[in-house]
Design a protein around this ligand. Structure first.
Ligand code: G3P
Length: 220
């Protein structure tokens, strides 16, 4: 499973990409707003820091507007920038046009197998089911990932990758990987949690103490 960062904060992209495991970055208008930065400059900088796909979202709600925004972004920004489009009828039509032009689309705000299937058939490169927001409604977001993977396994013509989004916990990441999601976009706080384990800390403490003992015995 590819590991993407769900953030538009440059310092966070720098930090997480320095670990060498970052497969891509996703942004949305909320994350751009939170970052405090200029939209295009921020995407440009992120695309320089991470060679993987960088999702930049359109803001138009009609097909023509989405298509022209997408073309403009592809013209202005580095090649690894892909276009995030909301899963609506207009978004679907825009995705069909853009995919035929070779422009990669990440279909976002996906909450059902039907929406995922339509996105794949329209030629989206990624489909982003929002796990956390389904959980927020008292339902099971992970169930949707399992159902989409099941549908994908039954249709060998589908090449669209499943990108688990709206990740809120380590369990979301781990279960997405176990269910066969192709990618997960992960907030910085969860990336930090992924590397930590209390037994690793305890183990290091013990190794360091033993090494000090070896040194003090003159055996280093
Ligand atoms: O990638 C989509 C993600 O940013 C949405 O996350 O936490 O706003 O539901 P959240």
């Amino acid at each position: 499973m590819e590991l993407f960062l769900d953030s538009a904060v440059i310092a966070e992209v720098e930090e997480i990409s320095s670990g060498g495991v970052l497969g891509g970055v996703t942004t949305n208008p909320t994350l751009i707003r939170r970052s405090g930065g200029d939209f295009k400059k921020t995407i440009q900088r992120i695309a320089e820091l991470c060679p993987g796909p960088i999702s930049a979202e359109v803001n138009s709600m009609d097909c023509d507007g989405m298509v022209s925004e997408a073309r403009e972004l592809k013209e202005l920004l580095p090649d690894n920038v892909i276009i995030k489009i909301p899963c609506t009828a207009e978004g679907l039509a825009a995705t069909t046009i853009l995919s035929k032009e070779g422009i990669d689309v990440n279909m976002t705000l996906v909450f059902s197998v039907s929406q995922a299937l339509l996105s794949a058939k329209a030629g989206a490169c990624y489909v982003s089911p929002f796990i956390g927001r389904i959980d927020d409604k008292g339902e099971d977001g992970m169930k949707l990932i399992a159902e989409i993977m099941q549908a994908w396994n039954n249709d060998s013509s589908i090449t669209c990758k499943v990108l688990a989004a709206s990740i809120r916990s380590l369990a979301h990441v781990e279960l997405s990987a176990r269910l066969g999601a192709h990618a997960a976009t992960i907030p910085t706080t969860i990336f930090h949690q992924m590397i930590k384990h209390e037994l690793t800390d305890v183990g290091i403490e013990k190794f360091l103490a033993d090494w000090d003992a070896v040194e003090s015995e003159g055996r280093a």
